[in-house]
Design a protein around this ligand. Structure first.
Ligand SMILES: Cc1cc2nc3c(=O)[nH]c(=O)nc-3n(C[C@H](O)[C@H](O)[C@H](O)COP(=O)(O)O)c2cc1C
Length: 135
């Protein structure tokens, strides 16, 4: 019998094929969020300097479905899995897909900073951890 809750968290890093425009990012988020909502996936997506960092969490089968979609997406490449691990509870329960753009994005699109609120301490730490683990 399957466990009632088989929660996993998946993290990866990737590089945008070309620098994403504001509209391009919005389109991506729209499609990603729609799938996540339907499949009970929550998480966080970071974008800065053409680099993506993402953590998604949910039931294993749903997360693996999203992971397949993510890997097949031609808007990014060098998709590098950091970790898939079992978790007992969600770290981002309320975030369908929280999005953070970094300095370069808010510089090029100043309006964006009002929407995403820039990076807070938590997401900056996360981004740095993700960057460090890339080496
Ligand atoms: C950086 C990045 C993050 C993504 N995050 C998600 C995600 O969280 N959930 C998901 O289902 N798809 C995610 N995707 C994949 C796209 O949302 C989606 O599969 C792709 O846009 C195809 O969409 P379509 O089925 O509407 O054509 C991501 C893609 C990229 C490049």
């Amino acid at each position: 019998m399957p466990k009632a809750k088989d929660l996993v968290e998946l993290s990866y890093l990737s590089e945008a094929v070309s620098d994403m425009s504001f509209l391009g990012l919005m389109r991506l988020l729209e499609s990603a969020r729609a799938f996540n909502l339907k499949n009970g996936i929550t998480g966080i997506l970071l974008y800065d300097n053409q680099q993506f960092g993402q953590i998604i969490e949910g039931e294993r089968s749903s997360v693996m479905k999203a992971w397949k979609r993510i890997q097949e997406d031609k808007r990014h490449h060098r998709v590098e899995l950091l970790e898939i691990r079992e978790i007992t509870e969600r770290n981002f329960p309320d975030w369908l897909l929280r999005f953070y753009g970094g300095e370069t994005l808010t510089r090029d699109y100043p309006d964006f900073s009002e929407i995403v609120g820039g990076m807070d301490k938590h997401s900056l730490t996360l981004m740095n951890t993700m960057r460090a683990s890339q080496i």
